[in-house]
Design a protein around this ligand. Sequence first.
Ligand SMILES: [Mg+2]
Length: 335
Amino acid sequence: MIRAFALPLAHPLETARGTIDERRGFLFARNGGIGEATPLPGWTESLGACEQALEAAESADGWNDALAACEDAPAARHAVSLAKLDAEARDANVSFAHHLAENPAESVPVNATVGDASVEDTVDEVRAAVERGFDTVKVKVGARSVEADVERLRAVRDATDVTLRADANGTWTREQAREAFDAFADLGVEYVEQPLPADDLAGHADLRGGEVGVALDESLTEHALGDVLDAADYVVLKPMALGGVDRALDAVRDARRAGVQPVVTTTVDAVVARTAAVHLAAAIPDVPACGLATSDRLADDLADDPAPVEDGRIRVPETPGHGVSVDLAEVNADA
Ligand SMILES: [Mg+2]
């Protein structure tokens, strides 16, 4: 069964393809398992291509043919593969995390995200996140001069001892990135996500390996994983963009073999995909803080959240499957 949904965002979201104010997608249910496809053009196929692939999957016999029908549609494949793994885990009466790994973690650390803001507001927002229990905070940079961003992070460092990350979303030149990395080293910044444009793997390879790590995110939209791993210290893995939790777990193993740290995050997905990503993170031994505290980006959701953020961590649901109870009859596409 395929159910279309539309969920309003709490705040408009800037994407590479423009600003959006809702997330549209589909739930795919089969054999007692439920998966989610929430495409994000730029990262995945379009909504229309996703629906077509899911319809082909629905009419296919068996899981293998259903998965093959989604080969070129990562969000659709995410839904079908998740429905399959969820059904298998429910049949085995184990949680999704236990289905993925022998000894999954009981909870996973997550980071808070602070957007572009003045020095004062940045410090206030980081302090508020620390008070809510976050040990790691990611600050968006690149919207103002490197000097101004360094001032923001220096003020944060003076105010708290939180683990600091920055995300430049590919906005810097190589010169700006070098200047920022030199200054951030003194502030103990753990890593910068996507300092340079997505296609500049050589530039990232030159920056990696220093005191401040290079985390690649958008580069995965333009390059194969193996090439990205050669240019990064950390890799940001989005199961929806990779075509499923199973593929994301393969990417985790490739990353660890290459000495690159995997960080799991979402493409601002609804509760089914978000919770599946939490189980995936739990299946990664000693996973760094992940970008999974994204439920507050949605103004509404498909079901109760079985994995809310508490004290900067998410406890992994222990019920069979992914643990999200969705009333499919209640799901509809009227945002
Ligand atoms: Mg990023």
